[in-house]
Design a protein around this ligand. Structure first.
Ligand code: TXA
Ligand code: MG
Length: 359
């Protein structure tokens, strides 16, 4: 299959390009498109064959449900039922935006789209191209992130191309995604609405509307007996090809620890990389240093994370050390992705030192 790349450039011709892309989806084809979170791989959510094609293109297990993207709130009632009033209050505040809600599904949504579940995830993205595409594709577009299963989600069209060339019909190139991390997922079928994936919309923001909000206990943990409640969160994810380790603790100790490790890596002939912040970046000895800027500017950190993980692959870095980030607010989403990318490999230098002095 030849994958066509179509650039959306703000000219009048865009309307026609997006309409054509919508027709491809309507006809059962697949089109990757930009959203404010990450690029999505879109197919007709009400066509069971399209969902099968999406799983095949991504190499994704078919028990991992897809998010259905809509372009207006009224369309929610077509695909979901037993929608609580609070959902409308949330939609009012966070749609269009980086926010997904899970409801009981209506019969018109095929089981293949929902990975066999009787619930459906729904999102209305805040991106002009995405909204127009969804409208011209018939109103209901199933779209996972447009990466091969297990790879970091793409935030630019070039990374979609790397993973999807020859596997899908078209890519709409609309530039870099603003947010860079996937949407917050909230399960509205739980007794107390429950966060299944943290994102730009934080627990605190949801609590302002809902009062009480729960969070899946598995979000920040590696080995738990309970499987995560969003099926996709159980898979190793976002992983770079190199070995990624998160180093947490006192800033100076983290710096010293990482530099010691890098010296050993170099002696062993291994190329090293570091995900660093502005305060420390210049002091690392690594072959490749990615400065995400100030630790406090979480939006900027989030926006760069997936791109950086892919850059390490391009540079063939084989050991990567990442500084840790605060686990509250949006930092929770950043750490959730980083922990998954690292397979929950975390070393606490404060702990290390204690161990050293004991042993
Ligand atoms: O920001 C986003 O949400 C992006 C853009 C493209 O919109 N999409 C995205 O989709 O991240 P995906 O497929 O990569 O992640 C969807 C997650 C998976 O972990 C999946 O298991 C979970 O949502 N999910 C979908 N439907 C669900 C359901 N009915 N119940 C529980 N989890 C569900
Ligand atoms: Mg994904």
């Amino acid at each position: 299959m030849d994958t066509k790349i179509v650039t959306i450039d703000g000219t009048l011709a865009d309307e026609e390009k997006i309409k054509n892309a919508g027709a491809v989806i309507k006809a059962g084809g697949l089109v990757a498109f930009p959203t404010e979170t990450v690029y999505g791989l879109g197919g007709d959510a009400l066509n069971p064959d399209s969902a099968e094609k999406i799983y095949a293109a991504k190499g994704r297990p078919s028990d991992n449900p897809l998010i259905v993207h809509i372009c207006k709130i009224e369309d929610l009632t077509t695909i979901a039922k037993e929608i609580p009033q609070t959902a409308y209050a949330l939609a009012e505040r966070f749609w269009p935006g980086p926010f997904t809600m899970i409801f009981h599904k209506a019969d018109c949504v095929p089981a293949s789209t929902t990975g066999g579940l009787d619930t459906v995830a729904v999102r209305m993205p805040a991106h002009e191209t995405a909204i127009k595409l969804i409208a011209s594709a018939g109103g209901f577009v199933a779209a996972p992130s447009a990466n091969l299963s297990g790879r970091p989600s793409p935030t630019i069209a070039r990374y979609v191309m790397e993973d999807m060339q020859g596997r899908i019909d078209m890519i709409l190139d609309g530039g870099e995604s603003d947010i860079g991390l996937e949407s917050t997922i909230l399960d509205m079928t739980a007794k107390v609405p429950m966060i299944l994936r943290p994102g730009y919309v934080t627990k605190q923001m949801l609590a302002e509307v809902l009062g009480e909000v729960a969070a899946d206990q598995t979000l920040m943990q590696g080995d738990t007996k309970e499987p995560p409640k969003a099926p996709g969160m159980k898979y190793r994810h976002y992983a770079p090809k190199g070995k990624l380790i998160i180093i947490e603790g006192n800033e100076e100790k983290v710096l010293a620890y990482i530099n010691r490790q890098i010296t050993k890596d170099r002696a062993a002939g291994l190329k090293s990389g570091v995900i660093a912040t502005a305060a420390t970046a210049e002091s690392y000895l690594a072959d490749s240093i990615k400065n995400v800027g100030s630790r406090e500017n979480e939006s900027a950190v989030a926006k760069q994370l997936f791109r950086i993980l892919r850059e390490f692959d391009d540079e063939k870095v084989s050991v990567i050390y990442a500084e840790a980030f605060a686990r509250r607010g949006m930092g929770q989403a950043i750490m959730n992705r980083l922990l998954k990318a690292a397979g929950h490999h975390v070393i606490s230098v404060d702990q290390e030192e204690k161990n050293d002095s004991i042993g």
